[in-house]
Design a protein around this ligand. Sequence first.
Ligand code: AVI
Length: 350
Amino acid sequence: MTNSLTGRAEPMLATSQRAAPPVQPQEAMRLVRGAFATDVVAGLSAREKTLPAKYFYDADGSELFEAICRTPEYYPTRVETALLQRVAPQIAADIPEGAVLVEFGSGASAKTRVILDAAPQIVAYVPIDISEDALEKAAAAVSRDYPKVRVVPIADDFTGAIRLPAAARGRFKIGFFPGSTIGNFTHTEALRFLGSAKQLLGDDSVLLIGADLVKDETTLVAAYDDVEGITARFNKNLLTRINRELSGDFDLEAFDHLAFWNAELTRMEMHLVSRANQIVNADRHTFAFKAGERLHTENSRKFTTESFAELAARSGWSVTREWISPAPQFAIFSLTPEGSNPFHVNRRKN
Ligand code: AVI
């Protein structure tokens, strides 16, 4: 990792930044694998079978997600990027000189560039991502393309306890959480994330969040069930991962991809539906599926401006600005810590 200011290697900050004793990479892998096994066994043993959506994103799953983003049906990525490009000058106008950009789950840092282009007053960028490979590549590319921005990556789970680097201390912080990933959290997880982001960023901050909005069912279902079947492959990749990492014997042909709109809970749901009565083994456990039984793999909550503002308020943030794209509607919300009133915040709604 290269520090753009000094040209010297800048170490990635990892779990060793935290109070717990340092964890060696092999040990970390063992812990991650252990958590995967525990979650899979618990999820497949439950009365209503379920698996946490975070396990979609191994190397193949991350590639499949990128491919989903290129399908004509999956509008969120395209629409959010276009909206961000349009409103970036307004976002930048609220950012003071010497600010630090902190991105949660930064991935390839693609949307970050829109902010960095519009706001040259940002002096440092702290991408946080669990995938060390993606993080290192993205951080090196941002360092190269924005030589005045100090890039300090943190390889960690952004939903856990994070400590910001010294470079961020005493500076105004812009938290950035695009992509509507907040919609993949349960309500409790979303509250927990927003609460810990508030603690991390402090009073002198703003948090920019991209969130998908409630819309007509046809558009939503198409986005999660593209005709080319890429989302179906993404969904089934979870089974491939169990087969590979936990010695499973799932037959991918014996399950169907199902995506539907749950109007009551305002969320898209993804499931894998067993085509027949069958027995599956994984991690030395045996699981029985009935024909038609579902394995729930993902929720993707869609918001209204009201439901998002309520979620923010319940975790100590106020929505101070919001920008909404033309249909299919997607929103970017700008939040400030409740009670704080940073001088630069423009309280107009757009
Ligand atoms: C990453 N996340 C916001 C995506 C979503 O829309 O919930 C994941 C996804 N699942 C199916 N398609 C895309």
